[in-house]
Structures are given as C-alpha cells and as structure tokens.
Write a protein that binds this ligand. Sequence first.
Ligand SMILES: [Zn+2]
Ligand SMILES: [Zn+2]
Length: 554
Amino acid sequence: MPQYLRFIPLGGLGDIGRNMALFEYGHNILIVDAGVMFPENDMLGIDLVIPNFEYLRDKKDWVRGIVISHGHEDHTGALPFLLQEIEAPIYSTRLVNALIDHKLKEKLGRRHKVALHDVTPGEDFRLGPFHIHTVPLTHSIPDSMALAIDTPVGRVIHSGDFKIDYTPPGGGGPNLSRLAALAAEGVLALFADSTGAERTGFTPSEKTLEPAFDQIMRAAPGRVIIASFASQLYRLQLIIDIAHRYGRKVAIAGRSMEQNFETARRLGYLHVPKGAYVRLPTALKMPPEQVTLLITGSQGQPEAALARMAANRHREIALSPQDTVIISASPIPGNEEVVGRMINQLVDRGVEVIYPPIAHVHVSGHASQEEMKLLLSLVHPRFFVPVHGEPRHLHLHARLAESMGIPRERIIRLRDGDVLELGPERAAVVEHVPGDYVFVDGSGVGDVGPQVLRERDVLARDGFVAAIIPLRKDTRELASAPQVITRGVIYKDQSDATLTEAEAVLLDAVQRSKKNRNALKSAAIDALSRYFYKNTRRNPLIEPVIVEIDTSGQ
Ligand SMILES: [Zn+2]
Ligand SMILES: [Zn+2]
C-alpha cells in the first residue's frame, strides 16, 4: 500500500483561472475542477487558456471521477477539452451539472456520453479509495461546496471558492458546524482559496448591496441597465427582487446570461415573480421607467453588450440620456484601463454611470483575511497549501497562516505542475510535471505556442515588412531590384521616400552578401531592422522572400 497521497495542481496557482487539481493515491486519480483562464491582453488572438493535460495522458484509466466545486467558468470551462481526452464521470450539484451539460452539448454534440451525477451539497460519496464529503459554503453563485476528502493517509480539505456570507440572497448559508465536525477528526492538509488575501477584514454579504440598488431603481428617471457576470446568480436574484419592488420588468441582453438565467430558473435556483421578466424586444417597447436590463460586458470585453452600447454599435439597444448604467463588478486585474475607457465613453453619451467605489454596487465573492483566518482556525490542518491566486495572493495567504502560529515548514507554496507528496508526517515536492498554458485559438487546441504569440505581438505593435529578393537560378545574381512592402509600419505620406530608401538599403545588403538562401535572408533582416529602427523607432517583423527565377529557357 502506498504511504503517500500525491497532490498535483495543473492550474490556478500563479494565475486567477484555469483551476484544476489532481489527488492521486496508488493508481487512482480524483480530479477537482477543470477550468479555463481568459487570455491576458498580450495573448493576441487567443480565445481561452486551458490546463496542460499531458500528465494524465498515460494514466487515463486511473481517473475515478471529476468533482466540480461550483459552476464558474474558471472551474468548469476546460471540461469539454478534458473529456475529449479522458472518459470519467462528473460529480456536482444539479445546478452545476445543468450548466456543464449545456457546455458539453455545445462542444461535444447533443448526444454526448458524459455521465453527470447530481450531488446534494452536504452529501457523501465514494470514488475508488477516496471518500468525499461535500460541505455547503458560500460564494457568488449558489451551491458552492468545500470538499473533505478521506484518503488512506488521512483527510484533506479543499475549500473551493468561498466567502462566509451568512445572508446570501435566496437563503442558505455556509454549513460551518459540519465543517467543524469534519475538521475535529483531524485534517492532514487544507487547500484554500487565496483570491482575496490582499483585503483586510470581512467581505460584506451580498445582502449589503440592497440599499444602493434600491435607491437607484427607485430614483432613476429612465431605464436601469446593469452589467454583471452571467454567472453571478446571487446578484441576478437581488436585482430581480428590487426591480419587482418598483414595478420594473427585467429583460436580458446577451446569450450567456440568458442561458444561465433560464437554467437557474428552471431548476428553482432563481425565484422570478410572475410577470417580473419580459423578453428583450418587449422591454424595448415599454416606458423606460418600467424597465431594467441585465447585460454582460462588465469587464469591457469589446464584443459584449455594454462595450457595444458605449460605442453605439449595439444592434438592438441605443442609449439615451435618461438611462442609468450600473457596472456591478470590479475590473479583474489587467482590465482597469479598458473598463475606464468604456466608462468615459458612457459618460460622453450623457448617461448616468454608477460603478464601484462611487456606490456600493459590488462585493467580492471571495473571502477576505478575517474569513481566511476563520477557515484556518476551524480546520486546524497539519499542512496548509494556499491555492487559487496569483503569486502575491498565495504569498499573503501563507503569511496569514504563519501569523496564526502554523509553523513555516508546514506551509507549502506550490506552483502549477508541482507534485506534492503528503504523508502523516511529511509533505514534500518530489517532482514537476507539465503545468504550463495550453492555448485555444479558434478551434485549434495547443497548436499556438509562445513563438506564435510573440510574432502576433510584434505584428500588432510594430507592423510587418516583406523583402522580396528575385534571384536568377543559374547565376545566383539578382534578376531585378529587390522590393520592400510594409504593413502598419509607416504613414502613407512618408511611405514613398522611406520605401525607396529601404529598397536601396536592401539592394546594398544583398549585393554584399553571399548568395546562399540563409546568408541572403539574414543580410536582409539585419539591414532592414537597423534601417527601420533608426528611422521609425520600430521593430517590425521582417520576412525576406527569395524568389528564384528560371531564366534558362529565355
Ligand atoms: Zn468561483
Ligand atoms: Zn474560481
């Protein structure tokens, strides 16, 4: 019998997103979550980033099941890609399974064969040598769970994404007594959400948003248009309730939000009073003061509803100065600039824009420091591993644990791909497996590497130069003068003079160079990079094209 449990994070330790962890005992693997990360600004043309599944490829029949902690994309979005490679049953709540089923039908076809097992939060089940207890915790979406996993070497607890919200809209709340009871029997290791580690104090309840929304909906002279995440089901519930209070009908613009809304309503996770909801075309014909619109695009995503409305290129909705726009979200780090620009556009259109911190219209779904301490002191683990965060979040969470008296040698900082061996007395990183990004670009998975991204980056910033070198096949001499073509490098009114000069530089370089292909190419690249840098301060992507001309027949 193996003495150790292996914990392998394949994503989520170093970035927010792409969360996926493996628990391995002997030839048994339990997967917790399989999420996506949305690309950063410098990942041009990339649609999604998913974890690297390389480690699992020769262990497909070790996988006993996939447990999903809650219904957010950064925990579920990579499932369609993972399930093309391995076959395994999914265990999650009814709501999460319904959201996943949509996704699988879209990507794998309506008749996909993936087994989705519904679990009620609080229920236990067994997968191979793992006995899993689910514990209801709170987050920004209903049915978020922590997992207590019993293994042959001891019990470990994974927090999932959490905050401690005693009054989530729609009722319920964290089951702290169950967590405490499970913890009292001894916990070998705790893996806990670090996202909010920079915030002191407690994260306020979702309920605390009510006064601000109430006041805005009561006083707004026209439509109230609210941008939020499609997956913030608690927020949607709050908005529906308050809109109903003031006789406003709620309508939804945006397919992802409409789909989540319909699914949650059908399963009873959203309570929509009779007549409180109308379709968008109906809402657009109603008196504006009777309408609330829910839309996507709180992060300034250029193709989402809000950015299109701000730029006046939304097909159905045109903004009017009577409208009040609420951005019910904080910009995710990296998006601040885009969101700021969008707010400026909205202000220029004359609409009233309300966003944090000018009004209390958003709270985080993640624990702040005092809630993290609460979890640590309830669970009292032997080893502590901060997860779900950028390096600074993981670092601060580790510090916090240390400040509570957990000895430094029992706090373990991991990176994606680290293999942590856990035994009753020992925790050590023993090897490293691939934990890097896999890019999804259009329909291709993994065929775009860092080299392609670097080229796209250069193209976008500095443009493109083609150097065409016509060479006689027989004599290896120039058949005619070389030509330079540029895109995105020089302004049109300077272009004639610059191009003539560049072509002269190229001609000179080619004449001095040896006449084999490699020598010609590097001579052209050297000369033109130097020329364009000197004259435009840019480093365009330079592509020499040697055209061999067969003159023997002439
Ligand atoms: Zn989440
Ligand atoms: Zn998350």
